[in-house]
Write a protein that binds this ligand. Structure first.
Ligand SMILES: C[S@@+](CC[C@H](N)C(=O)[O-])C[C@H]1O[C@@H](n2cnc3c(N)ncnc32)[C@H](O)[C@@H]1O
Length: 215
C-alpha cells in the first residue's frame, strides 16, 4: 500500500465517495476540483514533462479531453504557441466554469473551452493532431469518447493517455476503478487504436501513446 504522508491526502481519496455524475460512478467529483491544481498534485504529476514526453510541439492542434480545470491544457497551450490551438473539453460545466475563471484572470488566447457529452466532442472530423486524456480513461462510460477521439484525429494524429497505476494507494481513485496498463491498451485496441508506447508518467501514473489502427 502506497501512502502519501500529507494531511490533504484525504481530499483525493474522496473520489471513492463522490456524489456521482455517471451511471458507472467512476467520475471525479467536481466539488473537489481545487485538488486538481494543487501543489501536492504537481509534486507527483508534472504536466510540462508529460506533455513534452508526448512530443507536443509548436503549431499542433490539441484536444485535452476531460480537461478538468486545465491543469494540462494551459501548459499545452504554451507549448503549441500562437500558431497552435488547444481545445479544453469536458462534460461537467463546473469544471469549465473554473477554467473560464482562470482564463479571465490570465488569458490564454490559443485555448478554447468546449462542453462535450460522453458520445460527442464538438470538433470537426480530422481536425486534431493530438488527443489527450489525463486521468480520464478509467472514468469513461463506454467507448463513445474514444470513438470520438478517433473521429477528430487526423490520419497521422496521436492519442495520449495518462492514468493511475493499478496499485493500492491511500489516495486517488479506488483500485477497483483503475485500469492496469494492459487493460488500458486493450480498451484502446477495442476502440480502433494501436498502442505504440507505454512509459512511466510519474510515481503513480503510466502514459500510453496510440495511433489510429488502419485495417
Ligand atoms: C480526474 S479529472 C482530470 C482532469 C484533468 N485531465 C487533469 O488531469 O487535471 C477527470 C475529468 O474528466 C472529465 N470527464 C470524465 N469523463 C469524460 C468524458 N467522457 N468526456 C469528457 N470529460 C470527461 C471529468 O468531468 C473530470 O473533469
Amino acid at each position: 500500500m502506497i501512502k502519501l504522508p500529507r494531511p490533504s491526502a484525504s481530499l483525493f481519496r474522496g473520489e471513492a465517495d463522490r456524489g456521482g455524475v455517471s451511471a458507472g460512478g467512476h467520475k471525479f467529483d467536481a466539488a473537489r476540483r481545487a485538488y486538481l491544481d494543487s501543489d501536492e498534485r504537481r509534486s507527483y504529476l508534472d504536466p510540462d514533462r508529460i506533455l513534452r514526453a508526448f512530443r507536443l510541439t509548436r503549431g499542433m492542434r490539441v484536444a485535452d479531453i476531460g480537461t478538468g480545470t486545465g491543469f494540462f491544457a494551459i501548459p499545452a497551450a504554451r507549448i503549441v504557441g500562437p500558431s497552435g490551438k488547444v481545445y479544453a473539453v469536458d462534460l461537467v460545466p463546473e469544471m469549465l466554469e473554473e477554467l473560464q475563471a482562470k482564463l479571465a484572470r490570465e488569458p490564454v488566447p490559443n485555448l478554447e473551452a468546449l462542453r462535450s457529452t460522453e458520445d460527442r466532442i464538438p470538433l470537426a472530423d480530422a481536425s486534431t493532431d493530438f488527443a489527450f486524456l489525463a486521468c480520464v480513461l478509467h472514468e469513461l462510460d463506454g467507448p463513445g469518447t474514444l470513438l470520438e477521439c478517433r473521429r477528430i484525429l487526423t490520419r497521422t494524429g496521436r492519442l495520449g493517455i495518462v492514468d493511475w497505476k493499478k496499485e493500492d494507494m491511500e489516495f486517488g481513485p479506488p483500485k477497483a476503478h483503475r485500469l492496469d496498463e494492459e487493460e488500458a491498451r486493450s480498451i484502446l485496441r477495442d476502440a480502433g487504436f494501436h498502442p505504440t508506447t507505454t512509459f512511466e508518467a510519474g510515481r503513480y501514473h503510466y502514459g500510453i501513446e496510440a495511433r489510429i489502427r488502419r485495417a
